[in-house]
Design a protein around this ligand. Structure first.
Ligand code: AMP
Length: 184
């Protein structure tokens, strides 16, 4: 049973690593970014509302995201574990998640903070070519990360949940560090 939260700036490799680890641990990789991009692609009500914020590199408002996470964690494939990628992204979201996980009796094992220097992040994001990876949007996503998401590092450190992993290594080395952590 593995329940992990992936924290870290955009471009740190959360999605890639969570995807790989989800196969090793056989638990679903739950990415709010992927769910939202899927909603935008099919132009659902959620997608239409989220698109505006995503294309500007802003966070989607909590009222669009909180029910979505509650419902996703209630699905049967998440009963035996999950890897959360991209959620929580703000202190209110972290408070919401803490209450929710207590309610459903699914405490997270720990929170992985993938550490990568800024200049590496910008280079990675600009080479990725996603729609929200244009230079101005990338810069804004980093600003939003510093303002809204970085405070979660202390939030989880205070709860003795934080584990930092050097994300500025070859992809396989990061994966090996993560596997060692979940198998420990
Ligand atoms: P990601 O793929 O995690 O980088 O997310 C892409 C975009 O989706 C972000 O820039 C936000 O606009 C939106 N998003 C993803 N997760 C969240 C979240 N937990 N809260 C608010 N917005 C989010």
């Amino acid at each position: 049973m593995t329940r992990l939260i992936f924290l870290g700036p955009p471009g740190a490799g959360k999605g890639t690593q969570a995807q790989l680890l989800s196969k090793t641990c056989q638990v679903p990789h739950i990415s709010t970014g992927d769910i939202l991009r899927g909603a935008v692609a099919v132009q659902s009500e959620l997608g239409k509302k989220a698109e505006f914020y995503m294309s500007a590199g802003e966070l989607v408002p909590d009222d669009l995201i909180l029910d979505l996470i509650r419902e996703r964690l209630a699905e049967s494939d998440a009963a035996d574990g999950w890897l959360l990628d991209g959620f929580p992204r703000t202190i209110p979201q972290a408070n919401f998640l803490e209450t929710l996980l207590e309610e459903i009796k699914q405490p997270c094992d720990f929170v992985v903070n993938l550490e990568v220097p800024d200049e590496v992040l910008v280079a990675r994001l600009l080479s990725r070519g996603r729609e929200d990876d244009q230079e101005e949007v990338v810069k804004n996503r980093l600003v939003v990360y510093r303002d809204r998401t970085q405070p979660l590092i202390d939030f989880y450190r205070n709860r003795q949940k934080l584990v930092s992993v050097d994300g500025n290594q070859p992809m396989e080395s990061v994966t090996n560090d993560l596997k060692a952590l979940v198998q420990a």
